[in-house]
Design a protein. Structure first.
Length: 231
């Protein structure tokens, strides 16, 4: 144990046990997520968008790893608003561990990765917010996934063209209106890959990720899968 660990001990957000923000005992109590179709949000065991729901600009699939509640909600909140970036490492390790589990609910995203080698791209923050925070949490997760699966990573494909108010307390209709038309693929940036793995931290109504997907598909991207830590 080093001096920093003594002066600033890390305690589990669930039980308070010293050592990690997310201890193994608390993680073991979390429910296995029930994946859904990204359009109708009805159950879809492997996260692929139902064929009857798919449109020209919809996501091809969506995977996530936790329900957005309890210690996972606390962890993402502390990462985003208290800038505890060590939490990103713990969350990255956990989602990669789940992705590596054979014969699990993430089989479809594995096929996408193995067959198409998608470029990993984070949902962008507005430049001012990212500069103030010092990082984009979606970029942190995206880089970890790209490195683990030896996929290309590109955080310059998209930009957010204007600031928006927080989605947190908005209705579904207002969330959709809040992000409409705010993303852009720069004309000077060629799309590197017809398949994109789009990464964000949380899916609530999906308004933000759906808008990004629409922007990408309008520029010629053929396949977009969404991946978030929680829903």
């Amino acid at each position: 144990m080093n001096l920093l660990d003594i002066l600033f001990p890390v305690n589990c957000l669930g039980c308070g046990k010293t050592g990690n923000y997310l201890c193994s005992s608390c993680l073991a109590k979390l429910d296995t997520p029930k994946l859904i179709c990204s359009v109708c949000e009805r159950p879809q065991p492997f996260g692929e968008t139902h064929p009857k729901c798919k449109t020209e600009h919809s996501l091809d699939g969506l995977v996530y790893f936790y329900d957005y509640k309890g210690i996972i909600r606390d962890a993402i909140h502390k990462l985003k608003y208290h800038y505890i970036t060590d939490l990103a490492i713990e969350l990255e390790n956990q989602i990669i561990k789940q992705l590596n589990t054979p014969q699990n609910i993430y089989g479809s995203i594995h096929r996408c990765i193995e067959m198409n080698g998608p470029t990993v791209a984070p949902v962008p923050l507005f430049w001012y917010k990212e500069n103030r925070r010092g990082f984009n949490q979606a970029s942190l997760f995206g880089q970890a996934i790209a490195k683990h699966f030896d996929l290309p990573f590109d955080d310059h494909i998209l930009i957010r063209t204007k600031p928006t108010i927080s989605q947190t307390k908005l209705s579904y209709k207002n969330r959709k209106e809040n992000v409409e038309g705010i993303f852009c693929v720069l004309p000077s940036v060629p799309i590197p890959n017809p398949s994109i793995l789009l990464v964000d931290d949380v899916w609530t109504t999906g308004a933000t990720m759906k808008e990004v997907c629409k922007t990408l598909k309008k520029t010629g991207v053929k396949e977009v899968w969404g991946l978030t830590i929680a829903r």
